[in-house]
Design a protein around this ligand. Structure first.
Ligand SMILES: [Zn+2]
Length: 99
């Protein structure tokens, strides 16, 4: 079953297109940043509104949250907070999109 179904943009009614996108995560009170690369999403071709499937978003949260938690709880910091990259393997379009 495809992760991404063809639909209209809920913001502007434009056409949406299945794509792999990158997301940048930041939290208040933590300097650490996480870049997640290669997330399948529906992206509006007109206004660039993006929809990530709930299951996928939840899975990414389970990967990203502990990184922020561990940074928050580390008291002694010998180095500045890093930028962390999470990269999913490249997916062929037919692996996640039905269009
Ligand atoms: Zn739109």
């Amino acid at each position: 079953m495809a992760l991404i179904k063809k639909r209209k943009c809920p913001e502007c009614g434009g056409e949406m297109e299945a794509k792999l996108i990158n997301l940048h995560y930041k939290r208040e009170s933590v300097d650490l940043e996480v870049e997640v690369i290669g997330i399948p999403a529906n992206v509006c071709t007109r206004c660039f509104y993006r929809i990530i499937q709930g299951k996928v978003a939840k899975y990414i949260d389970t990967l990203v949250d502990p990184i922020f938690e561990s940074e928050k709880s580390s008291k002694e910091k010998p180095l500045p907070s890093p930028h962390v990259g999470i990269q999913f393997p490249f997916l062929d379009r037919d692996a996640y999109a039905e269009l």
